[in-house]
Design a protein around this ligand. Structure first.
Ligand SMILES: NC(=O)c1ccc[n+]([C@@H]2O[C@H](COP(=O)([O-])OP(=O)(O)OC[C@H]3O[C@@H](n4cnc5c(N)ncnc54)[C@H](OP(=O)(O)O)[C@@H]3O)[C@@H](O)[C@H]2O)c1
Length: 407
């Protein structure tokens, strides 16, 4: 079983402190003011990229995770032992493959009502059938259903949220697992006009979490768990260039991926800060480790073949699902989130592949730029700047996508 969650109270991964050692000393401007919003000071003459030291530390973290994850997580049971989850409703995105498939299967087997939110419903129905067949005949049928969701379309996200909210049922856990890493592929944009990694890995999950808030509030205490990655440590998000089109940075697929994961940590951190403790909705980022799944489907065939020769180092999906399952179900997690909130910690709860607290990157600790990412994300997903406060107050919020009106 996993150990005890303790806030280390230290600094960012190998960092020199909040704001980043490489942040330039410069004049400050205020952002984020207005009704119900915190005003924060933002550095002008902003940092344009990660400093070489942060970047090297980030890559060392990635390599270190590869070599040492199995040793660091050796105390964990496999599969992770879950508490009984009868009566708990969970939405799992991307439940047709890899880590998401394992998460959905194990949660369902622990008694949860699982909604597989997927772009290929037929595959999900086949999986449910397979899981049912594997169960002893005398046991209760699994409580799993399928709903269509394609994160490459923000309209699809809004429609999914509408359909769920219309049930007026509580939602206890949202697991934003689905993601893409189009390794080596050229830069692509969604029909909504956003770089695909940013849309699928950050913008669409952010919209889903916001629009499902009425149901999550109904299910309070509830959780939003984002499946993140150690790769966020080599990301750098410029809120004015979320699509990496300004020419300041040359697009590379690993940069698109790591920026989207860092944007998710930053957005989640402000979400966590703004969510009043009484609302009882906690937001957590979980890192699964380096896992053998279909996420690397775009790698050259020779490298894919090499994956099969290094099984000792790479987790299988069951091992890779443990941190997310822990974040979604362990009773210590809400208390841990509250501790971070009361200490005004700049980053939301982050759980590592070994089910211990994860040190998010130094850049993730930069609260000023996190506020900018929060504001830009809301603008990009078509929500007003005060959407969170309105949704918490039970007021209607207009979304540009799906003609959505959440209440
Ligand atoms: N594997 C790793 O080493 C690793 C490391 C760190 C973080 N992660 C993160 O873990 C999460 C799960 O990835 P995985 O490794 O399990 O990869 P995977 O096997 O490729 O699974 C990804 C899932 O996301 C779904 N998905 C992709 N695009 C989608 C879209 N537009 N709309 C809806 N669903 C979509 C896929 O659906 P289809 O089945 O229809 O393709 C699939 O079910 C991702 O967020 C990934 O970034 C993975």
């Amino acid at each position: 079983m996993a150990g005890e969650l303790r806030h280390r109270g230290g600094e960012a991964a190998g960092s020199g402190g909040e704001g980043g050692a490489d942040a330039p000393a410069a004049a400050k401007a205020k952002v984020g003011g207005g009704e119900g919003k915190e005003e924060v000071e933002v550095e002008e003459g902003r940092k344009e990229a990660l400093g070489w030291l942060e970047w090297s530390r980030g890559w060392m973290g990635v390599v270190g995770e590869f070599f040492f994850q199995r040793i660091a997580a050796s105390h964990l049971a496999n599969p992770l032992e879950l508490p009984p989850l009868d009566g708990v409703s969970v939405v799992v995105t991307g439940a047709t493959s890899g880590i998401g498939l394992e998460i959905a299967r194990q949660l369902a087997q622990a008694g949860a009502h699982v909604v597989m939110a997927v772009r290929r419903p037929k595959v999900a129905h086949d999986l449910i059938q397979k899981w049912q067949n594997e169960k002893p005949e005398c046991s209760m049928p699994l409580n799993v259903e399928v709903m269509e969701l394609d994160l490459i379309s923000l309209d699809s996200v809004a429609k999914f949220a509408d359909a769920w909210n219309a049930r007026m049922a509580p939602l206890h856990v949202l697991i934003n697992n689905a993601g893409i890493f189009s390794i080596g592929e050229p830069q692509r944009f969604s029909k909504d006009g956003y770089e695909e990694h940013m849309q699928v890995n950050h913008l669409a999950p952010a919209l889903l979490a916001m629009l499902l808030l009425p149901s999550l509030l109904r299910g309070s205490p509830s959780r939003i768990v984002n499946v993140n990655s150690v790769m966020h440590t080599i990301g750098f998000v410029d809120a004015e260039d979320m699509n990496i089109t300004s020419g300041k940075h040359k697009y590379r697929s690993w940069l698109g991926y790591s920026n989207s994961k860092l944007a998710q940590v930053k957005f989640s951190s402000i979400f966590h800060k703004r969510m009043p403790a009484e609302a009882g909705v906690n937001i957590v980022c979980a890192s699964p480790g380096i896992v053998h799944t279909n996420v690397a489907r775009d790698l050259p065939k020779i490298i894919l073949a090499a994956y099969h020769f290094i099984p000792y180092f790479i987790f299988d999906p069951q091992e890779g699902s443990r941190s997310t399952l822990f974040a979604a179900s362990d009773p210590q997690v809400p208390e841990y989130c509250e501790t971070l909130k009361s200490e005004d910690w700049p980053v939301c709860a982050c759980i590592n592949y070994d089910c211990n607290p994860m040190n998010a990157s130094e850049e993730a600790h930069n609260l000023e730029t996190s506020h900018l990412v929060w504001e830009k994300t809301l603008e990009m997903i078509g929500l007003p700047p005060d959407a969170l406060e309105k949704l918490i107050a039970g007021e209607p919020v207009q979304c540009r996508y799906g003609q959505h009106k959440a209440e």
